[in-house]
Write a protein that binds this ligand. Structure first.
Ligand code: NAD
Ligand code: RBV
Length: 488
């Protein structure tokens, strides 16, 4: 049955592809809730107390079904939520519609946004109708944080010198679009970004690349708020990045190409958390998996797992599927693609669009792009051989498939909820946060996230005896069970 119009719907203060998809979205949200016990427990524990009452929370994180359950958890805990996606291809339109229809968040996201629309949606998601901004941000990759920081810089420069942002040094599509966007927006209203930053106290960052950005900003004294590194909770990076990618990397390649993986030669660039999960997934399909690494420890780990560690140049002519998973730039260059086999599949599962040299490919003399279907293209070199590029070089698991499944995202997002709570209640994490600093959640909360997910899997946790606890030097039988240095 069609529900009554929600406040969000009647306000018109949202933008999604097709609101009529809400019913499908709602049914999938209901299924996801059963798979997300951590988030549902947050609703049970804190729903009545409403710790986010009166708080404006903005999110820039893939607008998927799983993220929908996070949004509705924040809302159930009292927040006023606005949201956008952190990638132009990652929105699931039915998820976005279901949130708007229920009025649980003002969503600005649809699949296949233009880069300029992407920044417009990011701005809308952090601007309330009165021009105020968020009290806190859930960021994934740091784009919302960067928009606000670059916006403030651009306003100040414009006021002092009349100069507009300079995009001449930008290289990648998304950063070019950001500076073009700021060029348009700053003269329209020279106070906008400073006004919307006034209430902001902190950012909880989801992913490795966003966290790296936060530490860089903090070291330069250019980060004025509190930062929480959600990625380095063990129950985030050692689960989502590894097991999430183990599920969704192969899924992305298959939905895009339907190629038989068994027997093929696969090269995974980067053997960190994401690379480990991705390499395992292709190995499980009985592919022959090789790895590239720059870090000798990760290279040695790959060897111990039976992967051949190679340089790109050694194997590029014989590999069938290339996946970059580094969070670094220019990993698969056009000079490599030139030498690949006909119809080699080339994808990236790292956060940004700069791991595969798409600019080099576009500029290659005589190259032709043949679109096979949305987010799958065959780029044909003048000699007639082609490479199949997934999601234009953007993260293939969210561009070509639906990202990580609910159960693993419940772990990540329970950390997000706890991180957000800790911003507002200093007793929650037991640490007094300082502006400009980046924190990880304490071990007991990390362990609690895991604890919340065990019953759903039927796991029986052994209880430590008090004498055993003191013998191994623990404070109590309920943990924390490991020292900070322990690496899992
Ligand atoms: P990580 O730091 O654990 O691993 C990255 C690895 O790449 C490191 O071991 C590093 O030594 C290696 N590396 C760096 N430069 C290299 C080069 N030139 N050649 C070969 N290897 C190189 O990071 P991670 O947690 O695995 O994340 C990797 C990326 O994936 C990040 O951008 C992160 O934000 C993103 N991520 C994506 C998803 C997803 O769903 N698509 C999930 C989690 C993380
Ligand atoms: N990610 N989200 C999903 N289904 O909503 N899938 C993956 C989803 C997140 C993941 O936590 C990772 O760190 C980030 O996307 C990279 O942008």
């Amino acid at each position: 049955m069609e529900p009554a119009q929600s406040k969000v719907e009647s306000s018109g203060d949202y933008k999604v592809a097709d609101l009529s998809l809400w019913d499908w979205g709602r049914k999938e949200l209901e299924i996801a809730e059963v798979e997300m016990p951590g988030l549902m427990e947050c609703r049970t524990r804190y729903g009545e107390k409403k710790p986010f009452a009166g708080k404006q929370i903005s999110g820039s994180l893939h607008m998927t079904i799983q993220t929908g359950v996070l949004i509705e958890t924040l809302t159930a805990m009292g927040a006023d939520v606005r949201w956008c996606s952190c990638n132009i291809y990652s929105t699931q339109d039915h998820a976005a519609s279901a949130i708007v229809k229920a009025g649980t968040g003002n969503v600005f996201a649809w699949k296949n946004l233009s880069p300029l629309d992407y920044w417009e949606c990011t701005l809308k998601a952090c601007t309330w109708p009165d021009g105020s901004g968020p009290d806190s941000i859930v960021d994934d990759g740091g784009d919302m944080t960067m928009l606000i920081l670059e916006g403030i810089k651009a306003e100040e420069k414009y006021e002092a010198t009349g100069e507009l942002p300079d995009d001449s040094k930008c290289v990648y599509d998304d950063e070019i679009a950001l500076f073009q966007f700021l060029k348009m927006k700053v003269p329209e209203n020279t106070q906008r970004f400073r006004k919307l930053a006034k209430r902001l106290i902190g950012i909880t960052e989801e992913t490795t690349t966003g966290v790296a950005r936060l530490y860089q900003l903090s070291a330069l004294n250019e980060f004025p708020w509190i930062g929480i590194n959600v990625n380095d909770s063990v129950t985030k990076s050692k689960f989502d990045n590894v097991y999430g990618c183990r599920h969704s990397s192969v899924d992305g390649v298959l939905r895009a190409t339907d190629v038989l993986i068994s027997g093929k030669k696969v090269l995974i660039c980067g053997y960190g958390d994401v690379g480990k999960g991705t390499a395992q997934a292709f190995k499980a399909q009985n592919a022959q998996v090789c790895v590239t690494e720059v870090d000798p420890i990760c290279a040695l780990q790959a060897c111990m797992e039976g992967f051949r560690v190679v340089r790109m140049e050694t194997v590029q002519h014989e590999i069938d599927i290339f996946i970059s998973a580094t969070g670094n730039k220019e990993i698969i260059k056009v000079a490599n693609m030139e030498k690949m086999k006909n119809n080699a599949i080339v994808g990236n599962i790292g956060h940004f669009d700069n791991e595969i040299d798409m600019n080099g490919l576009k500029a290659y003399p005589g190259i032709q792009k043949v679109n096979i279907k949305p987010q799958t293209d065959r780029w044909v070199f003048p000699d007639g051989h082609g490479v199949i590029i997934l999601a234009e070089g953007r993260l293939l698991n969210l561009g070509c498939a639906t990202g990580h499944p609910s159960f693993v995202m419940s772990n990540s997002f329970t950390n997000q909820v706890m991180a957000q709570m800790s911003l507002y209640d200093p007793t929650f994490a037991g640490t007094k946060y300082e502006n400009g600093q980046i924190y990880v959640l304490p071990k007991h909360l990390d362990e609690e996230v895991a604890r919340l997910h065990l019953p759903a899997l039927g796991a029986e946790l052994t209880e430590l005896e008090p004498e055993q606890a003191s013998y191994i030097g623990l404070d109590g039988v309920r943990g924390p069970f490991k020292k900070g240095e322990y690496r899992y």
